[in-house]
Every structure is written in C-alpha cells, then in structure tokens.
Write a protein that binds this ligand. Structure first.
Ligand code: CTP
Ligand code: MG
Length: 383
C-alpha cells in the first residue's frame, strides 16, 4: 500500500459562518469541528500521518481541540486557502509520502468509505476527488430575469482530494499566486489526470450558520449509541481541616481518609463514566496498592476516564453527581464544583449537575462518620 499523508487545512477565519470563533474550532455535537475529520483519517487503515494547517494565533484552540491525538506538528497557513495548502505540502516534502489527501477542516463528517475511494482511485490517476451530481434545477440571473442552466455534466466537488504527492507539490509551486478554489483546479492546470469518485451528501461543507444547524443534526445521529453508567463511593472522616469534593477544597473540622485525596464525588463520577463504556472500575485503572496514586489528586482519574471516551470517538453528554453528607454544607460550593467538573471533563457547564442531600440523621452519613457520593454519566458513542 502506498504511503499516504493527510493535510487538513484549517487556517481560515470562517467569516461567513459568524459566531466569533473560527468554525473549525466550534463545537459540533460535543466535539470540535476539526476533531471530527482528524478522527476519521486517523481511523483509516491506509493513512500514515495527519497534519493540520492552522493560523498561528489559533495555536491554543488547536491544542485544546486535537492536542491529545498524536497528529504531526501543525503547519502555519497563509492568507488564502491555496497558500495554506502549499505551506502544508512544503512541510511534507521532507518525508515525501507517495500520496497526499488534502481535506477542508470545514467538512467534519467525511466518511471512511469516501477516504478509501479517493485513495483507491490514485492507482490509476494523478488526482482523485469525490464528485456529486446536481439534482436541483439551476437558474442563472440574466438581463431578462433568470435562465435555466442545463445541469447535465455539472458536478459539486468535495474533499478529501487525493494526489500523487510529487505531482501536486510541483503543480502548487508552478501556480503559486494564481486563484484556485480547490486543488483539483491546480491539478487540471498542470495537466494531471483526474479520477472522479462518488461523493457523499453527508460530507457537507460548513460555510454558513444554516450549514451548522444541519451538521448538528447529522452529528447527533452519528453519535446515537447512548450509554449510561452509575458510580458510588464513600470515605470516612479522619483528622484534618479540609475535604476535597468534586475537585474543590472545602474547609472542614475533619478530613477524609483514603489512599488518594479521597474525593468521593470525583471517584463516583469516574466510576460512572467507566461504567458507561463498560471499562471496569476505578480500582482496576488506579490500584490503591500502587504508590503512584498515593495522595493523587482525583482529577487525574476523571481525566483518564474522559480520555477513554474520547478514544472511542464518543462524547460525554451529561453527568450528575449527588454528595451525601450532613456536614460540610455543600451548597456554597456547588457552583465551583460544577465549574471544576466541567473544566476537568472539557464539557459545557450546562452538561454538569452537582446536587447534595443529607440522610436526615440516618446511617453512617447521618452519624457524620463520613461522606458518600453517587453519580450517573451519559455517554454517546458512534453508532
Ligand atoms: N483555509 C485555510 N487557509 C486560508 C483560508 C481557508 O486553510 N487562508 C481553509 C479553511 O480553514 C477551510 C477550508 O480552507 O477548512 C475551506 O475554506 P472556507 O470554507 O472558505 O473557510 P474560511 O475561509 O475559514 O471561511 P470564510 O471564507 O467564510 O471566512
Ligand atoms: Mg474562505
């Protein structure tokens, strides 16, 4: 199999989509737009390496969106898409892959089948791209109103567009500074042979706010395997002057006994997330017998559980934690706890619920011997 590298161009400003932040970093169905296509390429067995082209000022958003995925270092783009692609190709020149696929970050819902068709077609051509026919009647404005444009022989070109690497690098160098809306246009000018393959309506391009609304529906149907997990934990009081609950330090006239920081809230939540993906329990991932976890801050456990969900290309849709104790009073810390859990998981605040209850003086929590916590997590995985 020829070595295939991928360039995802993500150095645009996304001005037509509005909403302030560049569209490639906006949230789509619980994941950044850029992450969707990066996942699709990484999952493809024929892809060797994935590299993004970004704006220098977006480095932090890039890191937050895909920094954990093991992509090659990003390349800085240019003022036009064409310049961005050329910068990316030049960066790949040293490793000289046989094939390169060039993809717009603005097409998050690209499928493995589409990727496979493009790579397959490069056997017999210098270039390949997904094409879709036109079903609508097309009208062009003219002096007397509108005229109908015959739609036979008209096609909509999508990405990824695939090329034999040396040929497209040379073509981009030769036509630098000219205007082209995609790389197939550059290939045409250079006289390369082009093979069309079947495109997909799902692989839509996010340009306007309306495109986002449609993509949001498609993204949510792509993550339709909804799972729920529950978790329970308890720790007894011991000498001390504070407790940790949901990642927040709360002054108290006792501490909580435990191997780590004894944060019952985060432990219950970690187990709930592990439960939702059927990944055993916190003790299996972080054995209490392991000295590495002695006094460990429990956000490490929760982050690990969240990373396992991401590895499955899933999202954490919602979490709900209930703290059970008579004292300390949880209410004054509830907002801080919610915010901290949202931060650790990297999800929106409105997807996190933290509640508290007493047990009316009953049981070990009622006797103020310790604190218990219970949690549920709802996870959505690819269908
Ligand atoms: N792109 C790029 N470098 C540029 C311009 C665009 O890498 N200088 C990328 C975009 O990030 C996008 C793809 O090329 O993934 C297609 O461009 P487009 O849809 O036009 O995106 P934007 O330029 O970001 O959007 P707009 O034109 O609305 O500002
Ligand atoms: Mg643009």
């Amino acid at each position: 199999m020829p070595e295939t590298a991928v360039l995802i161009v993500a150095a645009g400003r996304g001005e037509r989509a509005g909403a302030g932040i560049s569209k490639q970093y906006r949230n789509l169905g619980g994941k950044p737009v850029l992450r969707w296509s990066a996942e699709a390429f990484l999952a493809h067995p024929d892809i060797r390496a994935v590299r993004c082209v970004i704006r220098g000022e977006d480095a932090e958003m890039y890191r937050a969106s895909v920094g954990d995925m093991g992509l090659q270092d990003p390349v800085i783009g240019g003022a036009t898409r064409q310049e961005s692609v050329r910068n990316g190709l030049e960066a790949l020149a040293a490793s000289a892959p046989q094939y390169v696929l060039i993809h717009d970050a603005a097409r998050p819902l690209v499928s493995g089948n589409a990727i496979g068709r493009v790579i397959g077609a490069l056997d017999g051509a210098d270039a390949a791209a997904p094409f879709l026919g036109v079903a609508y009647t097309l009208r062009r404005k003219c002096a007397r109103g509108y005229e109908t444009v015959p739609r036979e022989n008209l096609f909509r070109a999508q990405t990824p567009q695939g090329f034999r690497f040396p040929a497209i690098l040379e073509a981009h160098r030769a036509f630098a500074g000219t205007q082209a809306t995609d790389d197939i246009e550059i290939a045409e000018r250079a006289g390369l042979t082009i093979a069309p393959v079947q495109g997909e309506e799902m692989n839509l391009k996010l340009t306007t706010a309306e495109d986002f609304a449609l993509a949001e529906r498609l993204a949510s149907s792509a993550l339709s395997d909804v799972r729920t997990g529950t978790g329970i934990d308890a720790h007894g009081f011991t000498d001390g002057d504070h407790v940790w609950l949901c990642g927040v330090k709360i002054p108290h006239d006792a501490g909580l006994a435990g191997h780590s920081d004894a944060d019952a809230g985060l432990h219950a939540l970690t187990d709930a997330i592990l439960g939702a993906i059927s990944a055993a329990d916190i003790g299996v991932h972080f054995p209490p017998s392991d000295v590495r976890w002695r006094k460990a801050p429990s956000h490490l456990f929760l982050q690990h559980a969240a990373s396992l969900v991401r590895d499955l290309k899933g999202i954490i849709s919602h979490v709900d934690v209930t703290i059970i104790c008579e004292r300390p009073k949880v209410a004054p810390y509830r907002d801080a706890m919610r915010a901290r859990v949202a931060e650790i998981l990297g999800i929106d605040l409105e997807r996190v619920s933290v509640k508290a209850t007493t047990t009316d003086g009953l049981g070990f929590t009622g006797r103020r011997e310790g604190i218990a916590a219970q949690a549920t997590a709802t996870v959505r995985l690819p269908s």
